[in-house]
Design a protein around this ligand. Structure first.
Ligand code: AMP
Length: 281
């Protein structure tokens, strides 16, 4: 497995693979990798001849009041997991390599889509995500790119960007990987102290409550959301940002739960903002 820090090295490596007729998968990440990321890398390694993992803590998707400075890093562990899961190239650039001085071009979806759900509290987030993913697509030129359903709004936004910008890249969504007790794996779980870690279970428990109601035939979004919210509200350390049902493609709020509706939530546990979701089957 190779490590590249420059765009040039990545372009040269991928160009050689393409000359050999090999297919290339890309897994974009911000590092501090866990088994959730690992599952994406594995999916790419199983599906494509070569897999590139980018490890880049992208500053343009963080607002000044957010956790860019404190975001955890462990590149030695990241490299080991990438290797174990079958990556061929890890792209680990400095900020200056990705954003040269005076960089002023952004990719932004101008519909309501990035303003829904997480966009309400993170208004510049998805502009940063679209910009960096678009740059990674241009640098790596992959056949396929792998994203987690844990960040369901991000996945929907990337699909929309790929369609609108005519990228010839297949976007593959991968299921949420959870801890044994149900908590969705996240690099930000490391912020939780022991008490908060227990409290954080209210998210995945609310997901189960919502899923159960839907499986029993409940189609009224308000009823399902209320049941999920009242469970979370019982947890003193939890503060709800949102629990909402939206169309899984457009992210527009819906009243009725039917196939492909996304029920998503963001909840603060202490100072840590966690997300979770399920899609109606
Ligand atoms: P991040 O490093 O948080 O930007 O995540 C990089 C990619 O890994 C994104 O596509 C995430 O959706 C995905 N991911 C993060 N956590 C999980 C998880 N628990 N299960 C599946 N995918 C995940």
């Amino acid at each position: 497995m190779k490590i590249a820090t420059t765009i040039k090295e990545v372009r040269e490596t991928v160009a050689q693979w393409k000359r050999e007729g090999l297919t290339v998968g890309l897994v974009p990440t911000m590092g501090y990798l866990h088994q959730g990321h690992g599952s994406l890398i594995k999916a790419s390694a199983n599906d494509c001849d070569r897999t590139v993992v980018s490890v880049f803590l992208n500053p343009t998707q963080f607002a000044p009041n957010e956790d860019l400075e404190s975001y955890p890093r462990d590149f030695e562990n990241d490299k080991a997991l990438c290797k174990e899961m079958g990556a061929d190239l890890v792209f680990h650039p400095e900020v200056e390599e990705m954003y040269s001085e005076g960089s002023a071009t952004f990719v932004e979806i101008l519909s309501d889509m990035p303003k829904q759900l997480c966009g309400k509290t993170r208004p510049i987030h998805f502009r940063g995500v679209c910009t960096v993913v678009s740059k990674l697509f241009n640098i790596v030129n992959p056949d396929k790119a792998f994203f987690g359903e844990k960040d369901a709004q991000q996945l929907a936004i990337i699909r929309k960007m790929v369609k609108d910008m005519s990228y010839g890249i297949e976007i593959v969504g991968c299921p949420i990987i959870r801890e044994a007790d149900g908590l969705a794996k996240s690099s930000r779980n490391t912020y939780l102290n022991e008490e908060e870690r227990k409290a954080a279970l209210c998210l995945s428990q609310a997901v189960e409550i919502g899923k159960d109601l839907v499986n029993k035939g409940e189609t009224n979004a308000d009823k399902v959301i209320s049941a999920m919210k009242s469970h979370i509200e019982k947890e003193p350390l939890a503060r709800i940002d949102y629990v909402q049902a939206v169309n899984g493609v457009t992210m527009t709020p819906v009243d009725t739960l039917c196939k492909n509706v996304l029920v998503a939530m963001a909840v603060y546990i202490g100072k840590t903002r966690l997300i979770d979701n399920f899609s109606v089957k």
